[in-house]
Ligand binder design. Structure first.
Ligand code: WT7
Length: 631
């Protein structure tokens, strides 16, 4: 069976996957090219945690993304690239061409000293070479660590250091809307404190002047001339690390989520084909940046494993105007479109005049990802983009899950606005109470966990297995804990209610409050800060910062813009606070912990429900904060 096509088949597959998970996933794994078949389908224990899928198997994921397709669809389009500026020509790259480019760049990496197991940082704009770089790493068994091009030098250097990368792949710059992003100079600044990096490979994209450091920096285009396009794929174990991708947490520095080869491959392929109901020949467009997991799993790996044509867009939804997405859909006859609620809401706010000029009649399936989609946005998407003719799949998952977990299958699962609907085959959700007791039955609300492994599950956090255990597997014994609240309604449908920990989903991006606070505290006049989220019409959540200023600082007129600059410098523009309030003190318990619950209520302007403040060291600070002015 190529894929599930009816709801009854879904129910049957689900039942099989729970009763006999190993047989279920082994059948999926048979679809791939293996150098050596696996010995054991699954070994697991959630206490360590220790999860191994398809152990003993040998393969290379790029052989499955590329070589496997050459005979049947070598001349078909693998990658469609739409540039930032619509006047620049779009590109179409066939499977054959992509294979050749990936092999060539894999040779460039080898030629510059890259070896199996090395960590390679990729900090690039959304151009085809980004996909080529990712796959070239996988081809030679090097571990890619892609860092979103919107992160600042500090975030970049933290990630390079944590993974101890020896090579950085970047570009002179990137085009994003009307702006040029100076990627190379950010890399230069980051590398001042990263001794591990020996080579920087620089793609010429914007043709801005950059400084090339002797013996360290080399041009992509020149290196490609020096090597052949023949590069046999490295043989990898099923459980060899494929990539590291950093994600924010409640505390401290971001965590390097580790995904391994075979399980991730089987899982992204299965979920891609089934959720989107992909048909051979379909054009698929995922608008996420490759710097996020959505870009890894559903712009690169999932679609290429399935032999699809995957569209990559360099620009932003509002350039040159707010009709750009719809223009690109008509231009490339996109059949399946996958985007984030925050993009939908911002385009909805621009009005229908930007939608009307376009036919959108190639669309068959719409997807949503990254945060809860509110009913209003769901309806707008359904009516104006899908013309009430395209099923919407609201796909719930995480960086750590590797692929989609709870989602409708397009046209198969009955949808309800605001609900991710049902778990995919192989996925066993559990809602637990605060003590970790599973809540049974329907019409309940709890914390969302998973009680059985799936092939795409996180294996560890790079450099510290203990951190992985503590964050995901130790809070509720025997479960993987997501950090999300969730409701299961009377039909057994799942609705994600949002994060229950100290991270905020801002425009679909996961940001740690501690990380933002650290960035704010870099401002010389800030003594201490506390960040919480507040509901925001477009972004889902906005950032509200309470800051304590140095006594010396008298004028506060420029403080907001200075803090924004500081955060942009140390983290990146996505973490800019929307609201700032200067306070004299923060609500702390006697043990010194900030009670964010109180600050959240103040940020939401829900002053009536602040609740008990008697356990605070100094309850009077709350009264003061309540009446303070917001910058
Ligand atoms: C968090 C994970 C999913 C890949 C991109 C984000 C939230 C994600 C949904 C959804 C409600 C969602 C959760 C989750 N989230 N998808 N369809 N409905 N919430 O990956 O950055 O690791 O974020 O995004 O809070 O835990 P991520």
């Amino acid at each position: 069976m190529e894929r599930i096509t009816t709801f009854e088949q879904y129910q049957q597959a689900y039942k099989n996957s729970v009763e006999n998970p190993e047989a279920f996933w082994a059948e999926q794994a048979e679809l791939f090219t293996w150098r050596r078949k696996w010995d054991k389908t699954l070994e697991w224990n959630f206490n360590e945690p220790d999860v191994k899928w398809f152990s003993g198997g040998k393969l290379n994921i790029t052989e499955n993304c590329l070589d496997r397709h050459l005979e049947k669809r070598g001349d078909q389009t693998a990658l469609i690239w739409e540039p930032n500026n619509p006047d620049e020509a779009a590109k179409k790259i066939s499977y054959k061409e992509l294979h050749s480019e990936v092999c060539r760049f894999a040779n460039v990496l080898k030629h510059n000293g890259a070896k199996k197991g090395d960590r390679i940082c990729i900090y690039m704009p959304m151009v085809p070479e980004l996909t080529i770089a990712v796959l070239a790493c996988a081809r030679i068994g090097a571990i890619h660590s892609v860092v979103f091009g919107g992160f600042s030098f500090k975030s970049l250097s933290d990630r390079i250091q944590d993974a101890d990368c020896n090579i950085v792949i970047t570009a002179d710059g990137g085009f994003r809307g009307a702006k040029d992003i100076p990627l190379k100079s950010v890399v230069d600044e980051a590398l001042e404190i990263c001794a591990s990096v020996k080579k920087v490979i620089v793609l010429k994209r914007t043709h801005t002047n950059v400084i090339m450091k002797k013996d360290r920096d080399i041009w992509w285009q020149e290196e490609m001339e020096k090597v052949s396009d023949v590069c046999p794929a490295e043989t990898m174990d099923s459980e060899d690390t494929l990539f590291i991708l950093y994600t924010s947490g409640s505390t401290g520095k971001p965590k390097g989520v580790v995904h391994t080869t075979a399980g991730y491959m089987v899982y992204t392929d299965y979920t891609f084909r089934n959720v989107f109901q992909y048909n051979s020949g379909d054009v698929f467009w995922c608008t996420a940046d490759v710097g996020w997991i959505t870009g890894h799993s559903y712009l690169i790996y999932g679609p290429l494993l399935a032999g699809a044509a995957t569209l990559m867009f360099e620009g932003i939804p509002t350039f040159p105007d707010a009709g750009r997405f719809w223009n690109v859909i008509d231009k490339h006859k996109v059949n399946i479109f996958y985007t984030a609620p925050t993009a939908i809401r911002s385009l909805q706010a621009m009005g229908l005049d930007f939608v009307k000029p376009y036919k959108l009649d190639s669309l068959r399936v719409l997807g949503s990802v990254g945060e809860p989609i509110n009913e209003e946005a769901w309806n707008w998407y359904n009516e104006n983009i899908g013309k009430k003719n395209c099923p919407i799949v609201d796909t719930y998952w995480q960086t750590e899950t590797g692929g989609m977990m709870i989602s409708a299958m397009a046209g198969i699962t009955k949808t309800k606005p605001g609900f991710a609907t049902l778990p995919l085959p192989g996925i066993q959700p559990a809602l637990v109470d605060e003590k970790g007791n599973e809540l049974h039955g329907n019409n309940i609300e709890g914390r969302l966990c998973f009680k059985f492994p799936w092939p795409g599950i996180i294996r560890t956090t790079y450099g510290s297995h203990e951190r992985c255990r503590e964050t995901y597997f130790n809070i509720y014994k025997g479960y993987y804990f997501t950090g999300d609240g969730c409701r299961r309604d009377e039909d057994g449908y799942y609705r994600i209610t949002g994060r229950v920990d100290d991270v905020i989903k801002v425009s679909g991006h996961l940001l740690g409050t501690a990380e933002i606070e650290n960035a704010i505290n870099e401002h010389p006049d800030i003594v201490e800060s506390a960040v919480v989220g507040f509901p925001h019409d477009i972004k889902g959540w906005g950032i509200y910062a309470f800051v304590i200023c140095d006594n010396e600082r008298k004028d506060v007129d420029n403080l907001k813009s200075e803090i924004i600059q500081t955060v942009t410098k140390y983290m990146g523009p996505i973490a800019k606070p929307d609201k700032i309030q200067i306070v004299k003190g923060l609500p702390k318990t006697r043990s010194g912990k900030i009670m964010r619950r109180i600050l959240r209520k103040i940020a939401e302007n829900d002053l009536a429900n602040i609740g008990d403040t008697s356990t605070l060291l100094d309850p009077s600070v709350v009264e003061e904060i309540k009446i303070g002015a917001v910058l």
